[in-house]
Design a protein around this ligand. Sequence first.
Ligand code: HEM
Ligand code: HEM
Length: 172
Amino acid sequence: MTVAIEPAGYTGTQVVLHWAIAALVVLQLAVGEDIKPAYRAFSRATEPASDDIFNANIHVYVGLAVLVLGIWRIAVRLSRGVPAPPPYENFLLKRIGAAAHFLLYLFIFGMPITGALVWYFGVRALGEIHELAKPLIIIVVGLHAAAALWQHFYVKSDVLVRMVRPTGRRAR
Ligand code: HEM
Ligand code: HEM
């Protein structure tokens, strides 16, 4: 088996997974509070309204979908690799980019896992962490998206294009 450490671009699978996960995470941030009425009702051992149960189920299943897609994405990343940062980028920018991607993966896995531990196992303390993460995710995703636009419009690199148009070819 050949393991490509630094392919020339992302595959179609990697591109679709990136944007599917991004859309689901943004949805979770937008409607995350909708799970709270059902969670509060269950915590007080009262029966939630059926609308509240519906909203909570959406949050839970969308969140678990992020976890499943995230596992798939990491498996592809490990077996196939990801393209290197632009070669002209300085050391500091490369480290910041890598740290931002690490944090994004931490959210992709950390949010569903903490959420599931709160929802299914009643680990209330993790509910605080799950909620506190919301502004952090907004900041990191905001900076990440701004960096991608800066790369595209100011630096004029192929960084955004390669996350839109799959190349699938390996570096030589
Ligand atoms: C990518 C995945 C997820 C994201 C981005 C996310 C995001 C959020 C957000 C933004 C809130 C509201 C925070 C607030 O209003 O301050 C929330 C609350 C909550 N989420 Fe998630 N969530 C995710 C996955 C999950 C999953 C999979 C579960 C359960 C299986 C879950 C269970 C909960 C619970 C129980 C609350 C209420 C916590 C409380 O009030 O203490 N979440 N989530
Ligand atoms: C909403 C606007 C977004 C834009 C414009 C955007 C753009 C990009 C681009 C251009 C890359 C490729 C970077 C490179 O090749 O060096 C990338 C990578 C990445 N993005 Fe996003 N993204 C967005 C949202 C998100 C969200 C919401 C998440 C997840 C929470 C996310 C997670 C990631 C991760 C983990 C990588 C690293 C991929 C890897 O190399 O393994 N992105 N993004």
